[in-house]
Structure formats: C-alpha cells, structure tokens
Design a binder for this molecule. Structure first.
Ligand code: ADP
Ligand code: MG
Length: 248
C-alpha cells in the first residue's frame, strides 16, 4: 500500500470518550523503530489511557492505531500481544510463590501453565531464553529464589523480564521506577537503554532526572492532547509545558 511508513507505531487522530468526557482527543503520535519515547504530563492528562488504547484494554471511539503498518483498532488485546505489543502496568503482577526462573518460564509464548512449570523439566530452548533474559534484567543469580522475596525494584525488573520472554517489538511501561531506590533507578535507566536497542519502548514517567537520562524524545500530554514534543531540552524550555506541568 502507498501509505505504508517506516514508523513502528503510528497513532492518528485517536479519540476516546468516557460518558462524553474526551480522555484522548484527536491525538496523533509516531514512534520510530528502536526509539525510546517518554510521555510526561500532569495527572489526568490521558497518559495511561493512551497505553490502554494501544494495547487494546480500552476501545477507541475513533481514529487509527497502526503497528508496523497494520491497523490494530479492531484487534482484541491478546492478538495485539501476539503481534508484538507488551505492556507493563503500574502494579507488578508476578507469581510471588514461584521462583524467578519459573516466572520467566511461564511467560514464554509457547510456554506452559504454572502447573507444567512446577512439575516438568523445560526444554533447552526455554532454559536458554530464561537465562538470557535473567542476565538482561540483572537477576541471573536469583533464578532459583522465590519471586516474593525480591526487593520492590527487582520485582519490577522481573515483570519487565516476563514481557521480554515474548520478545515484544513495542514495550510500554507505566511509571516503572515508582517506589525504587536511587540505585534501582540508575539500573533501570541502563536496562531500558539496553532494551530499546532491539525494539521501541514507550515509558510514562514523572521523574525528570530519569526522563533526561533515557528519553530519545519526549511527548508532553495535557487534557488528552499533545502539548509539546521533541528533545528534552526543547520541551523543558517550552513556556506552555512550564505553565501546565514543569512549573509546579
Ligand atoms: P494519566 O495517566 O495521565 O494520569 P489517565 O489516562 O489515567 O491519566 O486518565 C485520564 C482521564 O480519563 C482522567 O480524567 C480519568 O479519570 C479518565 N478515565 C480514565 N479511564 C477511565 C475509564 N475507564 N472510565 C472513565 N474515565 C476514565
Ligand atoms: Mg497514569
């Protein structure tokens, strides 16, 4: 088709209303392959709702969401996961009673049920993937330990690892460093920089020092729309952004 693009994600004229209230209002946004985009903006701006629309948790009222040139808006959430879209929610959803290894193992796409992971040996292919991902998220030496015993930050990394087991081409993270220590934040910045070498990443975040460290580009949302977009330096010095967000 002639209107194919090189963007990983093309969101065009997207809107969603909740009881007449436009949470997302004719929003257009393009994300490149291997781009790490950070979305900032005041509470209620529609940041989480935008991710809900992209992953299929919420249905759009109108507009288009194309992932690698394929229209997603009518596809159910699980099909979007299979197409390569991974989403991390604010609260981690790991299996506290399983080991770190088993948490990663059950997240392998052709993987098995929780019971299967408990009672049967996994294949070499899965074992190799679990070990590679554990290395990437810094939990290689915790594989046999119970996930429930990890620190808050480590649990967040494990959940990122569970998403990485599916090799997503677009990974979306909603406030991933909330509640983390300074050291954990540093390690998370490094982790996200590694992760985006092979995929696009969208991060919603409030911590401006962290945003500065990781963002290729920043999108500022306000009232369901894009207020500003560009380099960190550009949006930081934008009077509109200072007025509605950074000035507070
Ligand atoms: P942000 O993540 O930027 O803080 P949200 O996307 O969570 O903002 O919310 C944007 C607006 O949409 C808020 O006013 C919120 O109350 C509203 N909203 C979000 N989801 C729903 C929903 N499922 N039903 C009704 N209103 C919602
Ligand atoms: Mg939110």
């Amino acid at each position: 088709m002639s209107n194919n693009t090189d963007f990983a994600l093309a969101v065009e004229d997207l809107s969603v209303s909740f009881d007449g209230f436009k949470a997302i209002d004719a929003l257009t946004l393009y994300i490149d392959k291997n781009e790490l985009r950070v979305i900032i903006g005041p509470n209620g701006a529609g940041k989480t709702t935008l991710l809900d629309l992209i992953c299929g948790k919420t249905k759009a009222s109108s507009g288009s969401i194309k992932f690698k040139n394929e229209e997603l808006t009518r596809l159910p959430e699980y099909t979007r996961v299979r197409r390569g879209i991974g989403r991390k929610f604010q609260t981690p959803s790991i299996y506290e009673n399983l080991s770190v290894f088993q948490n990663l193992e059950v997240s392998f796409p052709k993987g098995r049920s929780v019971l299967g992971a408990l009672f049967f040996e996994c294949s070499d292919e899965v074992r190799a993937r679990v070990q590679a991902v554990a290395g990437e998220i810094g939990l290689a030496d915790r594989l046999d330990g119970e996930a429930g015993l990890l620190s808050h930050g480590q649990k967040q990394w494990l959940e990122i690892g569970m998403l990485l087991m599916q090799e997503p081409e677009l990974l979306m993270l909603d406030e991933p460093i909330a509640g983390m220590s300074a050291r954990e934040r540093e390690l998370t910045a490094e982790l996200l920089q590694r992760i985006c070498r092979n995929r696009s990443v969208i991060v919603i975040e409030h911590d401006m020092d962290f945003v500065k460290q990781i963002a290729h580009k920043v999108t500022v949302m306000h009232q369901g729309r894009i207020l500003a977009e560009g380099s960190m330096e550009k949006v930081q010095n934008d009077p509109k952004v200072i007025d509605v967000y950074l000035g507070h």
